[in-house]
Design a protein around this ligand. Structure first.
Ligand SMILES: [Zn+2]
Length: 460
């Protein structure tokens, strides 16, 4: 009897192993088909061309953003997704106004430098601000100076992104508080303006903007990003002449909130249609950028990932959704509205995948979930290894899908090579030409493969 039981369990074990083996082969063949389809007949690059070159910049509330909503809806309709809908969302509406002006003034020498108002900043008074400028590398250094030395001056935040960080997002995280909170920190000590070194790892001549916010109770002063070459020059000039002054003028303003939309295209699930797997990027971009890497790439890759599965005749168990989120850059209203709607309609999202780190060569996926969920997804690693995708685990999901965490959704972020991302981030050189078709296609295929595995096996 005992011997019989041992035999039986041995057989069951062998059957499981051979099942796993055949599943591995089936999955490996199907994932190969996904990559072949993307690399041979991928459509995302041409959609990106239209989004960036025909439509262009897409800041929330702008005409470009409205056109991008109509365009991506029409793309998913042409691809005959089962259902394409617009989801209403009210968004902040900030406008830059006339091109900014800035000068470094040392004695009789005046040198023009390129700046860009930070998103959400107020304008300078008409005619601009001219004042002495002081350089700091940290908020602590600023506080140590105290109100006496800061009052009436412009504060220049000049801590660079740490070039020794291999993951450039870590370097960004280590510097970006200057952009986000610098104006309020300076304002509290009586400063009249804030100038922030652009968030880029490179020395260049294009200002990199981004959002900032005012802390309640702190005086509201105008803030702008200066190019990294401008920051180097300003720092050098200040060392030679501590009496150096800075002049800048900007006329940006915040208008009343504007109506806009998330765009959602779906393939209905055959087995469990009320369960969802969402894949998305954000449709908005900064106002002077085509938003090719940030985040036109993520949008077209998301549509493409779903299209590829459809083209291969894949019948999903769960409903698959490509989501174009609005307003990631300066409010996240689209991501919040999407999660709120999912909650009120009881749409259970088992997983959400975001691509918002540029259209570069995919290297992995960041996963946010329980240890068991992470372990399950990591099990699929060897299916991705043939495509150069090795980092499955750490790294996080994405801002737009973040609000879904409250319903226990597993969040995944596509992780491409990060070395060049901040060359283009939030700057006028983030153009279509900066994206490689091949790299974009590989990212879309990687997302399609991940959706396929999650849809087939679940995450629990
Ligand atoms: Zn982005």
């Amino acid at each position: 009897m005992k011997r019989f039981l041992v035999m039986l369990s041995l057989c069951a074990c062998m059957a499981n192993e051979s099942n796993a083996q055949s599943d591995y082969q089936t999955d490996s063949i199907f994932i190969r088909k996904i990559f072949n389809t993307s690399l041979r007949e991928g459509k995302s690059y041409e959609w990106l061309r239209h989004l960036t070159q025909q439509i262009g910049s897409r800041l929330s509330g702008s005409e470009g953003a409205a056109k991008a909503v109509i365009y991506t809806k029409s793309v998913m309709e042409q691809e005959q997704f089962d259902k394409v809908t617009l989801q209403n969302v009210m968004v902040p509406h900030w406008v830059r106004g006339a091109k900014e002006k800035a000068q470094i003034i040392s004695g009789k020498q005046k040198t023009d430098v390129p700046i860009a108002a930070l998103g959400g900043s107020v304008a300078t008074p008409k005619g601009g601000i001219k004042a002495k400028i002081i350089e700091v590398k940290s908020f602590q250094e600023l506080r140590d100076l105290g109100a006496e030395k800061v009052k009436g001056k412009i504060v220049f935040f000049n801590r660079p992104m740490d070039p020794t960080k291999i993951n450039t997002f870590e370097a960004y995280a280590g510097a970006v508080e200057q952009r986000g909170m610098g104006a309020s920190e300076a304002g509290k000590l009586g400063a009249v303006g804030a100038i922030v070194r652009s968030m880029t790892t490179r020395l260049d001549d294009v200002p990199h903007t981004g959002s900032m916010r005012y802390v309640s109770g702190a005086p509201i002063i105008p803030a702008a990003a200066i190019t990294t070459n401008g920051a180097e020059l300003l720092s050098k000039t200040l060392k030679a002449n501590p009496e150096t002054e800075f002049y800048f003028e900007q006329s940006c303003e915040t208008l009343p909130d504007a109506p806009s939309h998330n765009v959602i295209g779906e393939l209905k699930g055959k087995k469990d249609p009320s369960k969802y797997i969402a894949v998305g990027g954000h449709l908005d971009s900064w106002d002077f950028a085509q938003g090719a890497h940030d985040d036109g790439s993520g949008c077209v890759q998301s549509i493409e990932a779903v299209r590829i599965l459809k083209a291969l005749g894949y019948q999903p168990n769960n409903t698959l959704r490509a989501v174009m989120f609005m307003n990631e850059e300066n409010g996240l209203k689209g991501g919040i509205a999407y999660a709120d709607s999912a909650k009120s309609k009881k749409e259970t999202h088992i997983a959400a995948i975001e691509s918002d780190r540029g259209g570069f060569t995919p290297l992995g996926f960041g996963v946010v979930g329980t240890p068991a969920q992470k372990a399950r997804i990591a099990q699929w690693s060897k299916l991705f290894a043939a495509y150069g995708i090795h980092e499955i685990g750490p790294g996080g999901g994405g801002a737009d899908i973040g609000p879904l965490a409250q319903q226990g959704t597993v969040l995944l972020g596509l992780i491409p090579d990060s070395q060049r991302y901040f060359d283009y981030h939030h700057a006028s050189n983030d153009k279509f030409e900066a994206v490689s078709k091949r790299e974009l296609d590989l990212g879309a295929a990687a997302m399609a493969a991940m959706i396929y595995l999650i849809d087939k096996y679940g995450v629990e």
